[in-house]
Design a protein around this ligand. Sequence first.
Ligand SMILES: *[C@@H]1O[C@H](CO)[C@@H](O)[C@H](O)[C@H]1NC(C)=O
Ligand SMILES: *[C@@H]1O[C@H](CO)[C@@H](O)[C@H](O)[C@H]1NC(C)=O
Ligand SMILES: *[C@@H]1O[C@H](CO)[C@@H](O)[C@H](O)[C@H]1NC(C)=O
Ligand SMILES: *[C@@H]1O[C@H](CO)[C@@H](O)[C@H](O)[C@H]1NC(C)=O
Ligand SMILES: *[C@@H]1O[C@H](CO)[C@@H](O)[C@H](O)[C@H]1NC(C)=O
Ligand SMILES: *[C@@H]1O[C@H](CO)[C@@H](O)[C@H](O)[C@H]1NC(C)=O
Ligand SMILES: *[C@@H]1O[C@H](CO)[C@@H](O)[C@H](O)[C@H]1NC(C)=O
Ligand SMILES: *[C@@H]1O[C@H](CO)[C@@H](O)[C@H](O)[C@H]1NC(C)=O
Ligand SMILES: *[C@@H]1O[C@H](CO)[C@@H](O)[C@H](O)[C@H]1NC(C)=O
Ligand SMILES: *[C@@H]1O[C@H](CO)[C@@H](O)[C@H](O)[C@H]1NC(C)=O
Ligand SMILES: *[C@@H]1O[C@H](CO)[C@@H](O)[C@H](O)[C@H]1NC(C)=O
Length: 678
Amino acid sequence: MSVHGPLLCRLLMLLSLWIVPTPASGHPQQRPCRLTQRTALCNNSNLTSVPVGLPGSTEELQLNSNLIKTLQDDCLQYPSLATLSLACNHLEKLESNTFQHSKLLKSLNFANNNLYVSYQETGNALKTLPKLRSLDLSENTLDEEIAAVLLQNLTSLEYLNLSGNLLRRIDETSFGHLHLLKELDLQRNLLFEIDNAFDGTPKLQRLNLALNYLPCLTDFHMTQLVVLNASHNFIEWFISREDINDTFQIETLDLSHNKLLFFPFLPNTSRLRNLYLSYNRVSFYERLEDNVTFPETVEFYNLRNTTNITAKLWDDNLHGDISSLETLDLRGNQLWYFPQGFIRKMPSLSRLRLCTNCLESLNLTLEQFSGSLYELDVSNNRLKEIVADDVTLVTLGNLTYLNLSLNDLDCISSGLFLTLPSLRSVDLSYNNIGICLPEEAEASTGSGMDLKTTVSLRQLYLKGCNLGMIPPTAFSGLSLTHLDLSDNPMLSGQRSIQSLSSTLQHLGLGNTHIGDFDFSDFQNLKSLNISRNSLLRLPASILNLDLKLLDLRDNKLSTIPSAQANTLAPKLHTVFLTGNPFNCCQTEWFRTFETTKTIHVVGQSDMECTDLFQTHSILHSRLFLCQEENGESIFWYIILFASICVSLVGILIIVFLTLKPKVIHKSIKNKCFKPTSY
Ligand SMILES: *[C@@H]1O[C@H](CO)[C@@H](O)[C@H](O)[C@H]1NC(C)=O
Ligand SMILES: *[C@@H]1O[C@H](CO)[C@@H](O)[C@H](O)[C@H]1NC(C)=O
Ligand SMILES: *[C@@H]1O[C@H](CO)[C@@H](O)[C@H](O)[C@H]1NC(C)=O
Ligand SMILES: *[C@@H]1O[C@H](CO)[C@@H](O)[C@H](O)[C@H]1NC(C)=O
Ligand SMILES: *[C@@H]1O[C@H](CO)[C@@H](O)[C@H](O)[C@H]1NC(C)=O
Ligand SMILES: *[C@@H]1O[C@H](CO)[C@@H](O)[C@H](O)[C@H]1NC(C)=O
Ligand SMILES: *[C@@H]1O[C@H](CO)[C@@H](O)[C@H](O)[C@H]1NC(C)=O
Ligand SMILES: *[C@@H]1O[C@H](CO)[C@@H](O)[C@H](O)[C@H]1NC(C)=O
Ligand SMILES: *[C@@H]1O[C@H](CO)[C@@H](O)[C@H](O)[C@H]1NC(C)=O
Ligand SMILES: *[C@@H]1O[C@H](CO)[C@@H](O)[C@H](O)[C@H]1NC(C)=O
Ligand SMILES: *[C@@H]1O[C@H](CO)[C@@H](O)[C@H](O)[C@H]1NC(C)=O
């Protein structure tokens, strides 16, 4: 059960390498340890026991990633020791008097060991540290009984890490005596039930329950909690207690990757700012036609009792206090509408992520988003239209990132936003906006595509939009740094892009039939995608650019002339070249790229080339059969060799026949002229 153990250990090793030792004057330097002030760093030194003879004033002792199995009585002779770290050893036992000379210990890290083995004795040792504040017991194969023994008397603990163990069920006895606990990490256990487990920890502020098997969180009443992470469980219900007048201190609630069907029943009053609900099945139901037949009461069972919780499940207004929300992440759910006034209840909402839901329309006038909206992602829904009047658009003055990709929008809906004053990035990819653009443009200005866009716009994504003719002035006046027009095979009028030549850094023209496009003016271009364009040769105009990324996949290149390769190789960091019919006999460019350390040729093993006879992986240059540069070729050698062989054999046969005609004669006779009896 050490899923992340090795990684942690490696990290610790790295960390230990980072720390530069300052020679400790006066103290004799212990061989495997480096001393920096009052800290002894003995990480990763194959130690099997705690080193002796370190300065008596040592306050911190780091022994991570060693081979220590037991901490023996009296092994810690350092009365000032406050911090001891033994992560990633083979610790099985702490003898009862381990800490008798180190009573000031405040922080112990035993992450990634085997403390489940002799836990009774280890528990006795820990009992002697009533001042301990921080304890890391993560990744020690502990179940709840063992954990209880280890934690028996540690009433001063403020930080406890039990992640990556085998805890299944906890109740009020588990942590009931840890009255000062502020942070508890229980992620990566097997928890399926937490029965009032936190009633005795009134100071708990950060609780991590992620990656367990919890089926629900009901009767939530931890008013002091600030961060609760319950992501990656099987939670179907989150219900807060209603009869509490106090303001819940919760600021961050992560319920992502669960099985929620309903929007969580949040506390009546809270400071909740970040609510993560991505990848659940959340929907609203009041608008369902047949909702009357659904029950109103849910019964919850646990091992001890059954509770009935009556909630008006189908009432869309019972989601509690969302008035402080700033981030609401609802990606990957099943929302098809917002209850009346839902959006209006979040006056500070700044990030709303609704990617991959079932929204069919969005009426911004109706919903009344707040002016603080900064990021709106409604990509991958079924939006046919977005409605907004001018007044509404004026209020969206802070909207900066907008993602509308993968919907069914037409150009009128999607063009709405392009005048917003703060807009920097718009993704309209994979909508059907191309068809109506020229029409609308003609009707309005006669100058072509009517992207009456705001000057603040920097990134525009128009992939797969069925774009046709782009008028020459389409982008004039804009200072785009990113433009992606890929996957518009009918695209024409690429010259319009020239007006962006001084600002563009990323240009996507994959699958657009670009032909002989001249890139020489795009002096700031860093990334260029010209894949899937049937290019027979590399456009010479890109050689003068300072490109870092170049995508040339799926073209018709047979080679890259050496001069061009030599120019490109030192500049490029990433190049994509798969899917081209390269000629094995002209792959000098590949050696150039291969030997340039700063360039990453993506998918090298998938790159192929063809020689005189067959197709090879471009990496196997020894197999290529090619014509040499001086005109001769292995092929001709082979033919020459073959003909010499044939002649030799012929000569041999003739010689043989002349020398031994009789033998031949006989054998022919024997075989072909069998004596017949007539
Ligand atoms: C440890 O706690 C138990 C009760 O949980 C108590 O009886 C015992 O005296 C405590 N021992 C020490 C050493 O504090
Ligand atoms: C608890 O321990 C795990 C594994 O050792 C670590 O990844 C995690 O960050 C720790 N939790 C906290 C809150 O420090
Ligand atoms: C909650 O825990 C998961 C799993 O460890 C982690 O990926 C996620 O970032 C955490 N959420 C927050 C809000 O920190
Ligand atoms: C909390 O809200 C619910 C539903 O609106 C209400 O029934 C309950 O009385 C409220 N509780 C308090 C303490 O105000
Ligand atoms: C909640 O507060 C109101 C007014 O402040 C008070 O009348 C009511 O009794 C309180 N309810 C509880 C459960 O404390
Ligand atoms: C669904 O139920 C709620 C109350 O339970 C009711 O107000 C609403 O009108 C119902 N919706 C329909 C479409 O019947
Ligand atoms: C819960 O409600 C059901 C149906 O209303 C009832 O039969 C059951 O006795 C209730 N259980 C408790 C513990 O109240
Ligand atoms: C959008 O909402 C406004 C305000 O409620 C309403 O007047 C308008 O008719 C709605 N538009 C559509 C297309 O539903
Ligand atoms: C717009 O966003 C910025 C940065 O997030 C923020 O400081 C500012 O208060 C916001 N403006 C409004 C009107 O909410
Ligand atoms: C927009 O959303 C789509 C789908 O969710 C995503 O693939 C794309 O990267 C997003 N665009 C931007 C600019 O972040
Ligand atoms: C280049 O554009 C194509 C679409 O034609 C896309 O599939 C590919 O991922 C893009 N390349 C990069 C490096 O983003």
